[in-house]
Ligand binder design. Structure first.
Ligand code: DCP
Ligand code: MG
Ligand code: MN
Length: 336
């Protein structure tokens, strides 16, 4: 929850939401989007609930929680277990689908296709499946990608990119966001945000930086070589630090114009949960927030925006919190 400041509200129902998260993952891997979304909404509601659920009726009274979900929640509250989840965990097919959707570049549809083709292991995929470029990388580096790196290694990766960026464009800002900035002890990937205070020099950096890092052998594989959203450019790929016994690591590099830096910093620092609760807060104040801008005077009709609203300048992260009328929350306290 984004609203509280110094002590982030603890999730009083973590024992329940942890199990429901597992259900979401399962339903996502079988492409059961409606169920996944239903569970996701219930999780959001439970995270905001100030006390531990102590009756079926209490669960049922909350938004987005119907009788069926209340049954599940109450079952976990009482027994600490969820039979449906146990059932899923003992299904070989579901376990394989989960494994296949963990291949970078494979969604539930692809996973199902592979299963129908009789493929059962990562080795099967390597030998028999028709893989696109991303999936080939995902299969080859399957174990490395599932392994989270210690934050010290993320710092070393940041250092390599920073040095290269500064060599190309003096005064450039290269800042690692994501779980690293939130102070986590391990990171799934390294998310590096790049901008330049002069408002224009960031444009020169993207291609030069990537070319430079490929030439030095630091970047080993591309996954998405340039995704453009508005004035931002994102690279998704794989890197490896020099030396023995190094693993391949996922790296994202995002280049943004300086006037979007505040919002981009908030967005890429996350967590994804925290971003969701910020957007929830925005809705209540007729505002909208994404990685580009914070807008006010947004008019919504249901989930549809009738009026886009106008951009409020937010040069810093602090200014984003100020406009949202909430106390600043340091990155270390944004895990929920
Ligand atoms: N993000 C988001 N919504 C998503 C995906 C990402 O808001 N669906 C934002 C918040 C994330 C940030 O982008 O913190 C970086 O995305 P990552 O997937 O790299 O997630 P983290 O860095 O938070 O965790 P990890 O250590 O697993 O990489
Ligand atoms: Mg990350
Ligand atoms: Mn990332």
């Amino acid at each position: 929850c984004a609203q509280s400041s110094k002590s982030p509200k603890p999730n009083m129902n973590k024992h329940i939401t942890d199990k429901l998260e597992e259900m979401v993952k399962t339903y996502e891997s079988t492409n059961d989007r409606w169920r996944a979304l239903g569970y996701q909404k219930a999780i959001q509601t439970l995270r905001r609930h100030p006390k531990e659920i102590s009756s079926w009726e209490e669960a049922k009274s909350l938004p987005s929680i119907g009788a069926r979900l209340a049954d599940k929640i109450w079952e976990i509250a009482q027994s600490g277990e969820l039979r449906k989840l146990k059932e899923f965990e003992s299904s070989e097919e579901l376990q394989i689908l989960k494994m296949f959707t963990n291949v970078w570049g494979a969604g539930p549809h692809t996973a199902q296709l592979w299963y129908q083709q009789g493929l059962r292991t990562i080795a099967d995929l390597q030998q028999k499946a028709h893989l696109n470029h991303q999936q080939k990388v995902g299969v080859r580096l399957y174990d490395d990608f599932l392994d989270r790196m210690p934050r010290e290694e993320a710092a070393e990766i940041e250092e390599v990119v920073k040095k290269a960026a500064e060599g190309i464009q003096p005064g450039i800002i290269a800042q690692t966001c994501g779980s690293y900035r939130r102070g986590q002890s391990t990171c799934g990937d390294v998310d590096i945000l790049i901008t330049h205070p002069d408002g224009k020099s960031h444009k020169n950096v993207f291609h030069k930086l990537l070319a430079n890092l490929k030439e030095s052998g630091f970047l080993t594989d591309d996954l998405v070589s340039a995704e453009e959203t508005g004035n931002q450019k994102k690279y998704m790929g794989v890197c490896k630090l020099p030396g023995q016994n190094r693993k391949h690591r996922r790296i994202d590099v995002i280049v943004v114009p300086y006037n979007e830096y505040g919002c981009a910093l908030v967005y890429f620092t996350g967590s994804a949960h925290f971003n969701r609760s910020l957007r929830h807060l925005c809705k209540k104040q007729n505002m909208s927030l994404n990685e580009h801008a914070l807008k006010q005077g947004v008019v919504r009709k249901g989930s549809e925006k009738i009026h886009e609203g106008t951009v409020v300048p937010t040069p810093t992260e602090e200014s984003v919190f100020k406009v949202l009328k909430i106390p600043y929350r340091p990155p270390e306290e944004r895990d929920h």
